[in-house]
Every structure is written in C-alpha cells, then in structure tokens.
Design a protein around this ligand. Structure first.
Ligand SMILES: [Zn+2]
Length: 346
C-alpha cells in the first residue's frame, strides 16, 4: 500500500514517461507480428521498469508507471473495446497531428469486457515502486476522443456517459487494490469548451464513491508537443471548483506562468498540482528556472497546497531529455523547500 508523501512541495509527474529508443524498434517488430506473447510482455515490463527507475533515480516523490503499456495517451485503450469500427482517416499524408490518429465509430453500444487494464498496471507497479504512486486514467470525455457516436449513440455526450460506469468500476477496483492517489485526465474540457457544467457532472459521476485522493488534470493537449485548446483556464473558473477532486493539475510553464494568481483570485481551497517544467520544449530548464516558477506560484498558493510537476506527460520527448527535466524539477523544488524551511531542506 503506497502512502502519500509528508513533505512540502512534493514532486510528481503527470503520467507518461519518455519512450526509450529501443522500444520504438520493439513496437515495430510487435506490429509486424514478429514477437511472441512472452516477448511482448517482457518488452512492456522492461519499459515500465525503466520508467520507474528513471523517476526514482531522479528523486521524484510520487511516481507513475510511465503509462508505458498504453500508446499515445488514449490510443491503446481502443484495443480493449468491443463495438468499434475503424473509420477512414481524415488525413494520412504529411505531418502527424490531431487529424492523423486512427478514428472509430460506435457501430453498436461499446463494451470493455476486461476493463481498461489500469488495475493490472497498478498491481505491477506496486511491486517495484519504493515510494508513493499516482495512478492516472483518462476521463470519459477524453477516452472517447477518437470515437464518432453513430450509429449506436446519438451524440458524443451520450457515448461518453456510457464510459462513466466503466471508468468508475476501474477506479473502485484500483482503490480496493491499494491505489490511494488517482488522477483523471480531461484535456477535452479545454478542447470542447462551452459545456463545463455537463463535463463536471460527468466527471463527478465517474469518481462517485471512489475512496482515494483524487486529482483532475486539465491541459490543452500535447500530441506532437502541440496544444489544441485555447491556452487559458480563467473561463473554466469558478465552475471547475465543483469537481470532486482534492487537487487540480494545470499547466503553467509553457504559458510563461500565465494565470498563476487563480488560486487567490478564486480563493481556491483545493491543492494545486502545477506544471513548472515545459514538456513541449527542448529547452533544458535549470533548477533555478524551476525554483523561480515555484516562487511565482507561491505568491498566490500556500506551500502546503502545492504539488510540483511537469506541465503534461513526457511521451512526446525523448527519454534522455525527460530525465534531464525530471532532475531539474526535483532540484528546483529542493531549492524552494530549503528557502521555506530555513535552510533545513530535506
Ligand atoms: Zn496533459
């Protein structure tokens, strides 16, 4: 059973880790059918092992499994669903982008017979991690992003509602297996604006009765390191505060710390998981860069409420750069922790 850290400014990640170079080669072979079942399992186990090792070696306080068993955030989950039909791609020539991934339509009501597989991911991680774990799961709106509703559903919202129970069941099983910190990812809040109340009703139903510390990550998209939503959170406030979450996890670094003052402006009681490392840039932050960003946030948030993280997942950066950025994040948090604790930083 993991226990959450008892220190100021705990460092964590959003979810995904940089994909190791060898894994691209392995996945190519897996796609060609050249790996047996055991080879495939070993490949993904090894990738998780490395993600955990990197985070622990960098000194991150709360780690994930790097989402190494998933593919491109949500794309891997469609393999687990019944009722999907592949749609012709919107665009298959040229640069990879948001209009490139495989699209599906719901030809019948969707089912996920063996669950989303996140419980199995957690069971494996639990055996290896020597520190607290955060488990991540896409929210219902984001999970259905590549699925068109028809003919089984009338609207995207109806389709997403069908996943509320699937995810809720997965989250309850996770909590029962000992996951005490669970983050739901809903970048689609920013990508499909204008219905925040509906999205929050959906999110709140998804986490209903889940006995764990809950975080909600809302970002602006990160495919090929590009955002997709309009990069401002202000319009979501104060509605977003209705989310049944102990922590909101938001991106700041790649927006030059814009809207750092939201916690004071809206007297927010929830914790803030703040992105202070830019995952969309090859720039190698120094520890002092990170410390500066944390200090800026601390003008508006009390240190007891602040978690330190990158803006989003690392899956669009190479593994070596992911590691460089994690080390800078940990060192930057340590600088500010020492300042707060009067030179006795742990
Ligand atoms: Zn994100």
């Amino acid at each position: 059973m993991s226990r959450q850290p008892n220190r100021l400014l705990p460092t964590t990640v959003i979810g995904s880790h940089g994909i190791p170079g060898w894994m691209w080669t392995a996945i190519d072979q897996i796609d060609k059918g050249n790996y047996g079942q055991t080879d495939v399992r070993e490949t993904f186990d090894d990738a998780v092992n490395l993600a955990i090792l990197d985070q622990q070696r960098a000194g991150v306080d709360v780690i994930t499994d790097g989402e190494m068993r998933r593919w491109y955030f949500v794309q891997g989950f469609y393999r687990r669903m019944d009722g999907l039909e592949v749609e012709p791609p919107l665009r298959s020539v040229g640069l990879y982008g948001y209009d490139t991934p495989k699209r599906y339509r719901a030809s019948e009501k969707l089912t996920v017979p063996d669950g989303l597989g996140i419980v199995e991911e957690f069971e494996y991680t639990k055996k290896l991690a020597d520190r607290p774990i955060k488990v991540t799961c896409p929210g219902p709106l984001t999970l259905t992003i590549h699925v068109r509703p028809g003919p089984a559903y009338k609207t995207r919202t109806e389709l997403a509602w069908d996943f509320v129970e699937v995810i809720n069941t997965e989250l309850k099983s996770l909590a029962a297996a000992g996951a005490d910190f669970i983050q739901l990812d809903e970048p689609s809040f920013a990508i499909i604006p204008g219905a925040m109340k509906d999205w929050l009703d959906m999110y709140n139903a998804t986490v209903e009765g889940v006995d764990a510390k809950l975080a909600l990550h809302v970002c602006f998209g990160n495919l090929t390191s590009r955002p997709r939503g309009k990069r401002t959170y202000r319009w979501m406030f104060p509605a977003l505060l209705e989310a049944r979450a102990d922590q909101l996890v938001l991106e700041f670094a790649n927006r030059e710390m814009s809207e750092s003052g939201l916690w004071r402006e809206f007297s927010v009681e929830k914790e803030l998981g703040a992105g202070v490392v830019d995952v969309k840039s090859f720039y190698q932050e120094t520890p002092e860069d990170v410390a500066e960003r944390i200090r800026e946030l601390l003008r508006y948030v009390s240190p007891e409420k602040l978690y330190v993280s990158p803006d989003c997942g690392f899956f669009q950066l190479p593994r070596w750069l992911t590691y460089v950025k994690l080390e800078a994040m940990v060192a930057g948090a340590a600088i500010v922790r020492r300042e707060i604790e009067g030179g006795n930083g742990r």
